[in-house]
Design a protein around this ligand. Structure first.
Ligand code: ADP
Length: 367
């Protein structure tokens, strides 16, 4: 989708991909199949590139530093990206700059978890591996010290967090360029099902102007303090404090086009992908404002996949405003294989149309 945004600008992409089946490898012309964890592969790949960017955050920080030392611009740079790679580093930095976070600590064993719980409101506590988690994998809700053994088995440092009693999850998406221009998209509500993002509503319904501005300002400040270049998604919890006031806390950061920004493809004047490309190339950023009152994005998860053609036929005929984005991935139960966007003036109607299309494409709705 980032490649697609570069096409009208005549920007040529070279892609390093794990396998020829990866979504981007199916559409980018110049593809190198290789392991992003191997420095020699990265160095060979980077030769002749004007700039390097990512669609995931897992390239080892030290390899990115080596590429920078070779004179290749890496955007976002490793010193920024490490905050999206390592939840421990992220929490420490956000606390240092005064960004509101859940109570947290790096813990080394179940008894440490018990002590962390006792210092706060007790169990349940959230445990997270600091690196390598995604879509809720690497996150445990633990109810006792006995429950807390599994996260330590992988030998990766573990971060303990208080369980936030949030009212909903929000995301503040911004884009920042190397010379410091930045744009902020409307703050969205993100609805998770079983730890996986299911639906995104833009803008977040009922969010006060004050909290919305606070979330955007926070995301812009984080981007500036961390020197982020490109798209930054700040995943947030909306919670109510002891005085009954709504407030926001940071859950985590993503430094690349993000699922909470997929709605912008069809719902904003400039999409997150187009603005990410512009930022990485240090071009002026495009207008982030929405095109419609409401845009809803619904993820299409793998399920009992119906015949694609008849699914398209039905979905397109039912909702002429619907935009379907499929990733060409093998269908596995629960795996994100695409998303749909739709928009309009009536939120309940827009939500129904998005949910219907996603369900129909998945095969959970048959009429
Ligand atoms: P991932 O890297 O897999 O996206 P997250 O840190 O975003 O992991 O956690 C996945 C989900 O777990 C979040 O979207 C949220 O629903 C829940 N969660 C994470 N941290 C907390 C917390 N401190 N309190 C309550 N729920 C949490």
């Amino acid at each position: 989708m980032t490649h697609e945004a570069g096409i009208p600008l005549g920007i040529r992409f070279k892609l390093l991909s794990d396998t020829p089946q990866d979504s981007a490898a199916q559409v980018v012309g110049d593809v190198v199949i290789g392991d992003y964890r191997d420095l020699a592969t990265l160095r060979e790949f980077a030769r002749g590139c004007d700039v390097i960017t990512f669609d995931h955050e897992h390239v080892p920080t030290e390899h990115l530093r080596a590429l920078e030392a070779d004179g290749i611009p890496v955007r976002p740079g490793p010193d920024a990206l490490v905050h999206a790679q390592d939840k421990g580093v992220m929490r420490a930095k956000l606390t240092e700059i005064g960004a509101p976070c859940p109570r947290h600590r790096i813990v080394s064993d179940p008894s440490d978890v018990e002590a962390f719980a006792a210092e706060g409101d007790g169990f349940p506590v959230i445990l997270k591996t600091v690196r390598g988690g995604y879509d809720g994998k690497g996150v445990w809700f633990v109810r006792s010290a006995k429950d807390a053994e599994e996260p330590f088995r992988a030998g990766v440092p573990v971060l303990a967090e208080e369980k936030v009693d949030f009212t909903r999850e929000l995301a503040a998406n911004i884009v920042r360029s190397p010379h410091g221009q930045a744009v902020a998209y409307p703050v969205v509500e993100s609805i998770q099902v079983d730890g996986v993002c299911d639906t995104v509503i833009a803008p977040a319904p009922g969010l006060s102007e004050e909290l919305s501005a606070q979330a955007q300002e926070l995301a812009l400040r984080i981007a500036k303090e961390l020197d982020v270049v490109g798209h930054l998604a700040v995943e947030l919890f909306e919670a109510v404090d002891s005085e009954g006031n709504r407030r926001i806390l940071v859950n985590e950061l993503a430094m690349r086009p993000h699922n909470s920004g997929h709605w912008t493809q069809d719902g904003a004047i400039t999409s997150q992908f187009a603005n990410h490309v512009r930022a990485v190339l240090d071009l002026p950023l495009g207008d982030p404002r929405p095109r419609a009152e409401w845009t809803v994005m619904a993820n299409v998860l793998g399920g009992d996949y119906p015949d694609m053609y008849s699914a398209y036929l039905h979905c397109m005929a039912r909702d002429p405003q619907l935009k379907i984005h499929m990733y060409g991935k093998d269908v596995k139960p629960g795996r994100k294989v695409g998303h749909v966007n739709t928009y309009g003036d009536d939120l309940a109607d827009v939500r129904e149309r998005a949910a219907h299309a996603a369900g129909y494409l998945r095969g959970t709705i048959t009429e």
